[in-house]
Every structure is written in structure tokens, then in C-alpha cells.
Design a protein. Structure first.
Length: 257
């Protein structure tokens, strides 16, 4: 099997395996307690962005920290503007779907956070594909281990993504389908890296920062305000514990990684 064929096969597996594993949790018992799991998603998204992706971007050789911070600011403002002009507002939980929604439900359900999480996830998977391709081009065995490590550390983020999509009104089927499509962005990243490795490497830190900006924006602007609507002290304590669980899950798998 050639290096390119290996990259195609392994990036496809890496892009879909973590999604399917996360779906087995998120779309079964976790989907029955979406409101509680929103707190876990906040912890996962913030920890992924602030403890994993951003440090990785800032420690890459040759990066300009000021330019990366400018990219982060541009990403946050960009997602704000996209939400503001309603480019990403689209409901995937429709009236007449058997859930007894009242008239006007489609207009009220905000799918914007779902679309933004897909944008960030797609960019993140693209970067993973670049990493896998670079590893395979160095050594076949290193490529295999790199793919396994990426699958492992992607699982908690994918769980968080599924909860965000369900909370945004996506059906289980659509959440799975769109996450799988985003997972295949790893194949695109792998192929482009195979032919343009140097350019792909140069863009990686900025892509990681843009993906991180989507995770931070969704957690802070969409999910946390939902949690504030349940201000009772017992509920607040539970939310804090669940956020800590999400952060702990990312830290644990990062340590294993």
C-alpha cells in the first residue's frame, strides 16, 4: 500500500471512528439528559480550546503570538457576526415531526450553535488529517500511532459536539450525519498535506486558533447563558460539578495521549 493510500485509509478511519464512539454514548443515554449534559459540553469545549488546541498552536515553531491572538479575536468576532446576520440560523427540529411542537417552533429553535460547532469541528479534523499525513510521510508506524492518539483525544470533543447539536435542535440522525461529514475533513487535510505539506504546516496554528474560537464562542455565548436560566443553588452546584467533569475528561485523555 502506498503512502497516499495509507493516508486516505487512516484519515477516513480517524475521522469517523471517534464520531461513532462518541455517538454510541451521546445518542443513547446521554441524549435523554441534554440539559444536564450541556454543562459537561461547556467543560469539554473550553478545555479542548484552552488546554489543548491553543497551547498546541502557540508552541508550534515559527509562529507569531500577536498574529495568533489577532486570529483568535477575528474568529470570535467572525462567529458573532455570522450569528448576528443569521447566516448560521437554521432549525433541524421541525414542526410536524411528531414531537407536538407549537406553531412557530421552527422559528424559535436556534440551530446557530450547532452550525458553528460543525465549522469548528471540521477545521479541527482538517488539522488532524494534516498531522496524520505528516506522521506517515516520516514513518509508517509513527503514522499509525498518531492516528490512534488522535482518535482517543477526539472522543470527548465529539461527545461535546453531539450534545451541542442535540441542544440546538438537531435530530439524532442529522447530528450523526453532519458529524461524520465533518470527520471526513481529516481526509481532505491528509491529501492536501501529502501534496503541500510545507504550506499545510504553516497554516495549522491559525486553523487551530479559528477552531478554538468557535468552541469558546459557543460555550460562552450560547451554552453558559442557558445554564444561567436555572439559578437555583443546587442546580448551580450540579452545573459546576459537571463542567469540572468535562474538563477532567479532556485532561485525562490528554495525559494518556
Amino acid at each position: 500500500m502506498s503512502v497516499l493510500q495509507s493516508i486516505l485509509l487512516v484519515t477516513a478511519l480517524a475521522g469517523t471512528a471517534s464520531v461513532l464512539v462518541a455517538a454510541s454514548f451521546s445518542l443513547s443515554f446521554l441524549s435523554k439528559m441534554v440539559h444536564s449534559m450541556v454543562s459537561v459540553s461547556v467543560g469539554i469545549l473550553l478545555a479542548t480550546a484552552l488546554l489543548h488546541s491553543l497551547p498546541e498552536a502557540f508552541t508550534m515553531p515559527g509562529v507569531n503570538p500577536q498574529l495568533l491572538f489577532a486570529t483568535l479575536l477575528a474568529g470570535l468576532l467572525g462567529f458573532f457576526l455570522l450569528e448576528k446576520i443569521s447566516l448560521l440560523r437554521h432549525s433541524h427540529h421541525h414542526e410536524g415531526d411528531g414531537h407536538d411542537h407549537h406553531h412557530g417552533h421552527d422559528a424559535e429553535v436556534a440551530g446557530r450553535s450547532g452550525w458553528m460547532i460543525l465549522v469548528g469541528d471540521g477545521i479541527h479534523n482538517f488539522v488532524d488529517g494534516v498531522l496524520i499525513a505528516a506522521a506517515f510521510m516520516a514513518d509508517y508506524q509513527v503514522g499509525i500511532f498518531t492516528a490512534i492518539a488522535i482518535i482517543a483525544h477526539e472522543i470527548p470533543q465529539e461527545i461535546g459536539d453531539f450534545i451541542v447539536l442535540l441542544n440546538a435542535g438537531f435530530t439524532r440522525t442529522r447530528a450523526l450525519m453532519y458529524n461524520l461529514i465533518c470527520g471526513l475533513a481529516a481526509v481532505l487535510g491528509g491529501v492536501l498535506a501529502y501534496f503541500f505539506l510545507e504550506r499545510a504546516h504553516a497554516a495549522m496554528p491559525y486553523l487551530l486558533v479559528i477552531a478554538s474560537s468557535s468552541f469558546i464562542y459557543i460555550a460562552v455565548s450560547d451554552l453558559i447563558p442557558q445554564m444561567h436560566r436555572r439559578p437555583h443553588w443546587a442546580e448551580s452546584l450540579r452545573q459546576t460539578i459537571l463542567i469540572a467533569c468535562g474538563v477532567g475528561l479532556v485532561i485525562l485523555l490528554s495525559l494518556l495521549h
